[in-house]
Design a binder for this molecule. Structure first.
Ligand code: PLP
Length: 462
């Protein structure tokens, strides 16, 4: 039996898929400080105009420039595997498939957008990019992309991950990027947070504030900020994953998946795999589509749909999204890339529509799933990815109980070779399962009590 299928380079998608064109209820616009929708030129100090155009585009298909395809060819198309050894161990009638995004040079899906963003910035005349990173996967992906394109790169890495994952910093250095722990003393946002809470573990929200500040205060005009998730253009660039997976499932003889699963921090790897299938669902296919988050940072499962900032220092516009509040500092779990207070507006609107069914998982179940996966399929996955695998195992067990031959597809978003400290803590029984208390959610949401409210538009079809 075939355990993986490849596409050749000629079969790589030539266009990205934009879900904004097909959502039954429209996305709500980002708002400026005065509560009015922002215009594209207000984002110009932060992003190059060619990416801003993508951010607001309503076109269903957006051409991938040949130069970006040439960059993607270095590791794409990625294989689709059938997890026969995991299926056997679980004794499930389900057929489980995974898209292996861990084979890119930095080890995750993140370079799919990093090379595109670096290319668009370079084409626009930008010389230097700033960014944040949680677990270090995004920072190393952008460092990699900048080194391919000859751009300078500055990365603000969330303190807790900086301490837990020192090798990520060395990877970034190897690709010629400068990486500092966030909060840092290099920005006003960082200095203010350090003065108030000197021993903070940091958060993605804080690191975003620092990176945006570092970009917009550079007087040369040659620096822009690059975001690794959340925004429409980032999710767009990731859709090569799902478009390839569709072709590969057909090569395995499958008509469609019954269940599609991805872990979700800001939403980009989940969206990359799932959005082409969300399109099928909108057009009548029966598919359960599950984004999975940590129970300690329950944005999709317990937070409200609100207007909120994407960062702690309130430098970004207000986005219509599920959010725990921009000041929320998630507990220091090992899946650093899932410690984000908000969720991509496109994923959020699809949840409002009822097209997605989010789930939350605690750490120990995720690490147990990761160990089972390593001992069956062989790959040591990233702690973020373990959330998807935990949900896959639950679905495979359910299929066994229901005696159903379900087709389960998930995104293996990255490997965990730089994240072994979390595995060590798990083996030593030191990991805590933390379910966020309701009072903590209420407290952090009080910061956005007076903000404008998005309308919860939905077609009522799902
Ligand atoms: C391997 C991996 N998976 C998932 C994520 C979560 O990000 P996103 O939701 O944007 O895919 C990250 C973020 O750092 C990651 O490194």
């Amino acid at each position: 039996m075939s355990v993986k299928v490849f596409l050749n380079e000629g079969e790589i998608p030539r266009q990205w898929y934009n879900l904004a064109a097909d959502l039954p209820s429209p996305l709500q616009p980002p708002l400026g400080p005065d509560g009015n929708p922002i215009s594209p030129d207000m984002l110009a100090p932060v992003f190059p105009m060619n990416l801003i155009e993508q951010e607001v585009s309503q076109s269903r298909w957006i051409k991938i420039p040949d130069e970006v395809l040439n960059l993607l060819y270095r590791w794409r198309p990625s294989p689709l595997h059938r997890a026969v050894y995991l299926e056997k161990a679980l004794d499930t009638p389900a057929r489980i498939y995974y898209k292996n995004e861990s084979l890119s040079p930095p080890g995750s899906h993140k370079p799919n957008t990093a090379v595109a963003q670096a290319w668009y910035n370079k084409t626009f005349g930008i010389k230097r990019l700033t960014t944040e990173t949680g677990a270090g996967q995004w920072g190393s992906a952008l460092a990699f992309a900048c080194s391919l394109l000859g751009l300078e790169c500055k990365v603000f890495m969330v303190r807790i991950s900086f301490d837990q994952k020192p090798f990520r910093k060395i990877m970034m250095q190897t690709w010629n990027a400068d990486c500092v722990a966030s909060p840092s003393k290099e920005t006003n946002a960082g200095r203010e947070i350090l003065a108030a809470t000197p021993d903070t573990p940091g958060s993605l929200g804080i690191a975003i504030s620092e990176a945006v500040e570092a970009a917009v205060t550079d007087k040369s005009g040659e620096t822009r900020y690059s975001l690794g998730s959340v925004l429409n253009h980032v999710l767009l660039h990731q859709t090569v994953i799902g478009l390839e997976a569709k072709k590969q499932l057909e090569m395995f003889g499958e008509k469609k998946p019954d269940v599609v699963i991805g872990c979700a921090g800001g939403g980009s790897n989940f969206a990359g795999l799932a959005f082409p299938f969300v399109n099928d669902k909108i057009n009548g296919a029966q598919i359960e589509i599950i984004p999975v988050e940590p129970a300690s940072c329950p944005t999709m499962t317990r937070a409200p749909f609100v207007y909120d900032h994407g960062d702690t220092a309130k430098m970004t516009p207000l986005l219509a999204m599920y959010s725990l509040g921009h000041a929320f500092i998630p507990p220091p779990i090992h899946a650093g890339g899932l410690r984000y207070h908000g969720m991509a507006p496109l994923v959020s609107q699809a949840i409002v529509e009822g097209l997605l069914t989010p789930q939350a998982m605690v750490q120990n179940e995720c690490y147990q799933a990761a160990v089972t996966f390593a001992r069956t399929e062989g790959i040591i996955i990233a702690p973020e990815t373990s959330h998807a695998v935990a949900a896959v195992i639950r679905e495979a067990k359910k299929a066994k109980e229901e005696k159903k031959q379900k087709v389960i597809l998930f995104n293996l978003s990255g490997h965990g070779m730089m994240d072994l400290a979390g595995y060590d803590a798990f083996f030593q029984g030191k990991l805590q399962d933390y379910v966020l208390p309701e009072e903590d959610i209420k407290k952090s949401l009080s910061a956005i009590a007076g903000y404008p409210k998005p309308s919860a538009n939905k077609s009522g079809k799902w």
